[in-house]
Design a binder for this molecule. Structure first.
Ligand SMILES: Nc1ncnc2c1ncn2[C@@H]1O[C@H](COP(=O)(O)OP(=O)(O)OP(=O)(O)O)[C@@H](O)[C@H]1O
Ligand SMILES: [Mg+2]
Length: 236
């Protein structure tokens, strides 16, 4: 029996609506976690918490906010994804699909050999995944430049290639959505990830490449966008 009470989640009352509180309660009753700890990040669309499990280990709980999500932007992005072509412009349906898409993208990337947080469970607007880091969450790449920038850049390009070969494009890749954990990259924030055969995938890939080459330059690593693209896609 989980020790958690509904009251515990109500303390986050200003952050969560009743629907989310019920889902959090259900997930914790099923033994996924005992209690939410303080937030790691309050983002544009989602709040990220670490949560403690019964054995003291941590997981990450990503909660897409139902009230303040920019679901028009979400819909604009997801409507091109060949997996979601029949999606209607209904607010909740879009947010749930958005969370589910992140879960699927994490799973697919992991299977392709890309280091990402292991996705554990997805329920409506809530995604549970592996916590990257130790007691504290691992730093973002923007805040923790790598010691060996050349090697780190090549690993990132290798991961982009692995994703592409598995039919995926990250779609929001930058030093904000890569963690530096023990000098190795971990890709996160995959809700914008789309499949290669979607109409806008090339545009998203080009943007990812541009963002990464810009960051590489900041760390003294020269990589030409066209060369990187060729490496990833195998095409000129
Ligand atoms: N699995 C994880 N392990 C450790 N830290 C994480 C994990 N997932 C997310 N974080 C932390 O939470 C932050 C926000 O996560 P994420 O990028 O997935 O959400 P977001 O809604 O896109 O937020 P933002 O609007 O700030 O980009 C990350 O930058 C990272 O610092
Ligand atoms: Mg992010």
């Amino acid at each position: 029996m989980a020790k958690i009470t509904r009251e515990k989640f109500k303390t986050w009352g200003n952050v969560f609506d009743q629907f989310t509180v019920r889902n959090l309660f259900e997930l914790s009753s099923k033994g996924h976690f005992e209690a939410l700890k303080s937030p790691i990040s309050i983002g544009k669309e989602a709040n990220i918490f670490s949560a403690e499990r019964e054995d003291g280990s941590l997981i990450v709980v990503k909660i897409y906010r139902l009230e303040t999500c920019d679901f028009n932007r979400m819909y604009d992005y997801i409507k091109y994804d060949a997996r979601y072509l029949n999606l209607k412009a209904k607010k909740r349906e879009i947010i749930f699909s958005w969370a589910q898409r992140e879960f699927r993208n994490l799973m697919k990337s992991r299977e392709a050999g890309v280091r990402v947080p292991l996705p554990i469970h997805c329920k409506d607007n809530i995604l549970l995944m592996e916590h990257i880091g130790g007691k504290e969450a691992a730093p973002k790449l923007k805040d923790a430049h790598p010691d060996d920038a050349e090697k780190f850049a090549d690993k990132i390009i290798d991961y982009m290639k692995k994703m592409y070969s598995a039919g995926l494009v990250h779609g929001d890749l930058s030093e904000f959505n890569i963690l530096n954990w023990n000098e190795k990259p971990v890709f996160i924030d995959m809700s914008q990830g789309t499949i290669v055969r979607s109409a806008n995938s090339e545009e998203l890939l080009d943007r990812d490449i541009k963002n990464m080459c810009r960051f590489f330059r900041k760390t003294g690593v020269k990589r030409e966008e066209a060369d990187v693209k060729k490496k990833i896609t195998g095409k000129e």
